[in-house]
Design a protein around this ligand. Structure first.
Ligand code: PNS
Length: 178
């Protein structure tokens, strides 16, 4: 069975991620979406929230599992008997960092190949960070994340999942900003 790991922060999962997952699931027998627990980063969503959101979004894909790891990705890949690490490439600017990670991961686990899937142009400018910024300012993120994730973002930033004309009530954490 050909198993691939798709690692990331997924804070939160976007349509760009889902596109890579869907395409990887057509190539591999099993894809494990692996949320990295990085003690040096302060994510917006907890590990549990991220795993739950990914699990819901990936429910239609029968060969996709969701997991998490702490420490080295190369160790997690070995533990799960995976042969490939999948990463999405959006633009040339991604390349340098991805190239370095791929080479380091190959050094740490020569049995695993890093496979890059090129993002669809319509998602090439998407990142979790820019989606969070837009959502935090009350912008519409409907084209970038699922309805469920958009609701979770509104809950985080405005303490409500409900909509008003600005896509969220201005009564929460960011009320009064600007
Ligand atoms: O979604 P991201 O933030 O681009 O994902 C980056 C991630 C989690 C894939 C990367 O930081 C990672 O693999 N971290 C695990 C630590 C590790 O193995 N480091 C050494 C090899 S690069």
């Amino acid at each position: 069975m050909k198993v691939a790991v798709y690692p990331g922060s997924f804070d939160p999962i976007t349509y760009g991620h889902l596109d890579i997952i869907e395409r990887a699931a057509l190539i591999f027998d099993k894809v494990i979406v692996a949320v990295c627990i990085n003690p040096g980063k302060q994510p917006l969503f907890s590990l549990e929230e991220r795993v739950e959101m990914i699990s819901r979004e990936c429910a239609p894909f029968s060969n996709v599992e969701v997991g998490s790891f702490r420490g080295l990705l190369s160790d997690f890949v070995r533990q799960r008997n995976a042969r490939a690490i999948v990463r999405g490439l959006r633009a040339i600017s991604d390349f340098e960092n991805e190239f370095q990670m791929a080479l380091m991961n190959r050094k740490l686990n020569p049995a695993a190949e890093t496979i890059f899937l090129v993002s669809q142009p319509k998602y090439s400018y998407l990142s979790s960070s820019i989606v969070k910024e837009v959502a935090s300012l009350g912008g519409d993120v409907a084209g970038f994340v699922s309805k469920r994730v958009a609701t979770r973002l509104r809950e985080k930033f405005f303490q409500t999942g409900g909509e008003d004309e600005n896509g969220g009530e201005r009564s929460g954490r960011f009320s009064g900003v600007g």
